[in-house]
Design a protein around this ligand. Structure first.
Ligand code: KIV
Ligand code: NA
Length: 265
């Protein structure tokens, strides 16, 4: 694939090719993620946590999401860029949801939007889709509802919530979403969902029997030490590496080792 589209992703699922997805929030990081060959770049509202230092995803604004998304879009040549609709930009009514989605598409150049929720936001998703904007769903542990859940622990362990999740996923497929993220749910349930719909299911903490995986880039690069859920695989310990490098720089300045003869004009 020269350029990933929503269609390519659905093709990948039917060919049994797994989909890789990572977050990015800025130009430099997005360039690296795109060059490395990741299929989908998510400009997640996790920017609220990892970029801005908020405790939850709730505070980030639509303007801030557009700023992050436009920076990412400028870097990307191959990946599909999906942008989260932030908390408060779509829950009131379908018109607001469409207005926010149009702003993202026009002002950032992103390729699709992602919204958290199932049947509660069905009409909003339909409205966005009718405008020609591709929508990715997000079910399970939906962090914008953290104050309702009261905990970040695994969702849909009980029958009732599991059944609603399956119904929601099937509804999202039926109305025309091109993919759905399942966050932090039992692997068996995620498999059941992935087997029951033809659009790709992208998991985070949802096991290996789904159609693709997503992680927050700062987490998988080991840039933060505090967040260690079971589903996270750390590919680097950048927190340590960067602290060492930056500490070395500070020491070199103090000792007048930097700059040396060759590093000046
Ligand atoms: O905001 C985000 O990073 C996300 C992923 C974890 C799916 O929504
Ligand atoms: Na998100």
């Amino acid at each position: 694939y020269k350029r990933i589209t929503t269609k390519s992703l659905i093709e990948m699922k039917s060919n049994g090719e797994k989909i890789s997805m990572l977050t990015a929030y800025d130009y430099t990081m997005a360039k690296i993620v795109d060059t490395a060959g990741v299929d989908v770049i998510l400009v997640g509202d996790s920017a609220s946590n990892v970029m801005a230092g908020h405790e939850t995803t709730l505070p980030i604004t639509l303007d801030q999401m557009i700023y992050h998304a436009s920076s990412v879009v400028r870097a990307v040549e191959r990946a599909l860029v999906v942008v989260d609709l932030p908390f408060g930009s779509y829950q009131s009514d379908p018109k607001e949801a469409l207005r926010s989605s149009i702003r993202i598409m026009k002002e950032s150049g992103g390729h699709a939007v992602k919204l958290e929720g199932g049947k509660e936001i069905k009409e909003s998703i339909k409205k966005i889709l009718h405008a020609g904007i591709p929508v990715m769903g997000h079910l399970g542990l939906t962090p914008q509802s953290i104050y309702k859940f009261g905990t970040y622990s695994v969702r849909a362990k009980e029958e009732e919530e599991a059944e609603k999740l399956i119904e929601d996923a099937q509804m999202l497929e039926k109305i025309g979403c091109f993919a759905v993220v399942l966050e932090k749910i039992p692997a068996d349930l995620a498999k059941k969902v992935a087997d029951s719909i033809s659009i790709p299911v992208i998991g985070i903490g949802a096991g290996g029997a789904v159609d693709g995986q997503v992680l927050v880039i700062h987490d998988m690069l080991g840039m933060n030490n505090e967040f260690s859920p079971r589903f996270l695989r750390r590919y680097l310990n950048l927190y340590e590496e960067m602290t060492k490098a930056i500490g070395q720089y500070a020491a070199d300045v103090k000792s007048s080792d930097f700059p040396n003869e060759k590093e000046q004009y």
